[in-house]
Design a protein around this ligand. Structure first.
Ligand SMILES: O=P(O)(O)OC[C@H]1O[C@H](O[C@H]2O[C@H](CO)[C@@H](O)[C@H](O)[C@H]2O)[C@H](O)[C@@H](O)[C@@H]1O
Length: 272
């Protein structure tokens, strides 16, 4: 995907507000697909080589930086190389967990997660899921991955109704993503998490959220809501051929994590 030079007027306003008063701005980011390139093995994902440096350089210049991710917060900190970035908050498991300045808060999962963990292998087998189907156990959620299957989207679509029924029986919800169906506790999403974070940090002079996947649309909705309240907001899409819906809702589309990091670097003063 090529970077787009088109930006909406609302996005342009937010960018101008961000540049003129960065100290009051809040910048939010998804992790996988936005700060970290997508790879086949979720355990092999790592942030773009320029991501941590760009965030560390931005941290003292803005009011707050927040990563809002489906990953456990500790995993995002490790895979992102974020340890030691003062002022960066990581909200993991869609906002249920929080990491800040080396301190992690992670509540116990509800019992439905253990119930689904016990049943999932048999349910997948009974559904005829291809052998390449992979389950990632995140402690508070279980993620069924089909990226390694010969026809990942077909495999995912075939599993959808079975996963919906399994999640519902155990008080969980299904969060769909890039060749994943995640069974997780309800009640949190990236929009709820971002709004709660903004309630803490105060009304920003500008708000940016960058994402690539369906779960990021809730955070885009939060940006829209703030915009209606007069806060300049930019919805930045880390574009991919896999998900087009996020680009449709964005003010600016860049070329994956390379483009996101290049965007962040434009916010920094030129090196002297
Ligand atoms: O909210 P995010 O930070 O985007 O996390 C969402 C899910 O991302 C991960 O899966 C995605 O990245 C994998 C590694 O690149 C890739 O193999 C997979 O196809 C993608 O969907 C992660 O594994 C999940 O646990 C997260 O929920």
């Amino acid at each position: 995907m090529q970077p787009s030079s088109r930006i909406t007027p609302e996005g342009e306003d937010a960018l101008a507000a961000l540049r003129s008063h960065p100290g009051g701005a809040v910048l939010g980011f998804d992790f996988d697909g936005t700060l970290a390139p997508i790879v086949d093995d979720p355990a092999a994902a790592r942030a773009h080589p320029g991501a941590a440096a760009a965030l560390a350089a931005l941290a003292p210049r803005v009011r707050a930086l927040v990563v809002v991710t489906g990953r456990p917060a500790k995993v995002a900190v490790e895979y992102g190389g974020f340890e030691g970035i003062d002022g960066l908050v990581v909200l993991g498991q869609y906002g249920a967990e929080r990491w800040e300045s080396g301190t992690l808060s992670a509540p116990e999962p509800p019992p439905g997660v253990a119930e689904v963990r016990a049943k999932l292998p048999r349910v997948l087998e009974a559904s005829g899921a291809p052998p390449e189907t992979y389950v990632e156990d995140k402690g508070r959620a279980l993620v069924v991955h089909t990226r390694r299957c010969a026809e990942p989207q077909v495999a995912l679509d075939r599993l959808r109704s079975v996963m919906d029924a399994l999640a519902e029986r155990h008080g969980l919800v299904v969060e769909p993503g890039r060749f994943v169906l995640e069974l997780r506790p309800p009640g949190m999403d990236k929009g709820v998490a971002l709004r709660a974070f903004l309630d803490e940090t105060g009304r920003p002079s500008a708000l940016v959220f960058a994402g690539d996947d369906l779960g990021d649309l809730a955070a885009f909705d939060a940006v829209d809501a703030l915009r209606e309240d007069g806060v300049p907001g930019l919805k930045l899409c880390s574009g991919s051929a896999e998900v087009t819906e996020v680009a449709e809702h964005a003010d600016l589309v860049v070329d994956g994590p390379d483009g996101v990091v290049a965007f962040l670097e434009t916010l920094l003063p030129p090196a002297s």
